[in-house]
Design a protein around this ligand. Structure first.
Ligand SMILES: [Zn+2]
Length: 333
């Protein structure tokens, strides 16, 4: 066994785990979540899926001259495939992230924009975190400066992130550096090899805890996991995601999760979650989970929304995000 490099302190988490088998700490048990808190998380998870459904784009390999056997419901009579609401374009993968503040109000949302920027790093969480810092900087630039300004500008410790897909190393790193405490993800991604969990478990400076949405009983988590496994099996057994109708040699057989996220199966799960969000009512309308965690003053505790107010705020945000906050542009452009 290799020795731990000598620049690590003997009491660091990495040192303490150095000789431990990966299985002992790579996949920690999900935390227990109380029903009132679970309801709140289900609102934000449902909102995130409704936003993705509203801006769904599935033409990963283009709209024309294409055969996508897993997208027959997105195929038009003329043989082209539906893109997003503004055209047949593909701006980025169907992955988005949502930020919620300490009070339960939605702060912002962003999408994966890899395609529009011809990049592999324009991920939803990374884009969202950068914008949250920009929003904070703008907001605080108008306030009188005091000693707290620096602290407030460089931490997002009151923010919870909901991301539609388990985070990669880049986004987990950005979220660790921003000092936000918790991330909920709506679908596991085996191609990220639990890196967010490893970062959380091995980082002496606290890195965000990444929690699967199954921990609060969100049904889409298991549905997406099962549908992706089915997609992988189909491709392993000789299927394909896409084939050119003009050049049959051009064919995509790799079972990428981003390809799965263009399929009818994935779209149906997102649409179902969006419908459930629209029909949702609160079992605990007057609960204010987390109010006791708020800063000491009673006024701050009263800032925390009730679950019913969280649902109303989320519905208002959906109306905004589905219209004004166009995918593929900065907001309001
Ligand atoms: Zn990422």
């Amino acid at each position: 066994m290799a020795d731990l490099p000598d620049y690590f302190a003997p009491d660091s988490l990495l040192a303490r785990h150095w000789q431990q088998p990966l299985c002992d700490f790579a996949a920690p048990p999900a935390p227990a979540i109380e029903p009132v808190e679970a309801e709140r998380h289900a609102i934000h998870a449902g909102l995130l899926m409704a936003i993705v459904a509203a801006w769904w784009n599935g033409n990963l390999r283009g709209s024309r001259d294409s055969d996508y056997p897993s997208r027959v419901h997105q195929r038009r009579a003329d043989g082209t495939y539906l893109g997003d609401r503004l055209g047949d374009r593909y701006l980025g993968h169907n992955i988005a992230a949502l930020a919620v503040d300490r009070t339960g109000r939605v702060r912002d949302v962003d999408f994966n924009h890899n395609t529009i920027y011809a990049s592999t790093v324009q991920h939803a969480e990374a884009r969202l975190i950068r914008r949250l810092f920009d929003i904070d900087a703008l907001d605080q630039s108008r306030r009188p400066r005091d000693e707290d300004v620096h602290v407030a500008r460089t931490r997002l410790d009151g923010v919870t992130i909901f991301t539609s897909l388990e985070s990669c190393a880049q986004c987990s790193g950005i979220m660790a550096l921003s000092c936000l405490p918790k991330v909920f993800y709506l679908q596991p991604d085996p191609s990220q090899y639990l890196v967010a969990q490893l970062m959380h478990r091995l980082s002496d400076a606290p890195a965000a805890q990444h929690v699967p949405a199954s921990a609060f009983g969100f049904p889409a988590f298991d549905q997406l996991k099962a549908a992706y496994a089915h997609f992988q099996r189909e491709l392993a057994e000789g299927g394909y995601f896409w084939r050119s109708t003009t050049d049959p040699q051009r064919i995509a057989r790799e079972p990428e999760i981003t390809a799965f996220l263009c399929t009818d199966a994935a779209r149906d799960i997102y649409q179902q979650a969006a419908d459930d969000f629209q029909r949702m009512s609160c079992r605990f309308p007057h609960a204010r989970p987390g109010a006791d965690m708020a800063p000491a003053s009673a006024a701050a505790a009263q800032d925390v929304l009730t679950n019913e107010e969280v649902l109303e705020d989320a519905r208002q945000f959906l109306a905004y995000a589905a219209t004004a906050a166009r995918r593929g542009t900065p907001h309001f452009n």
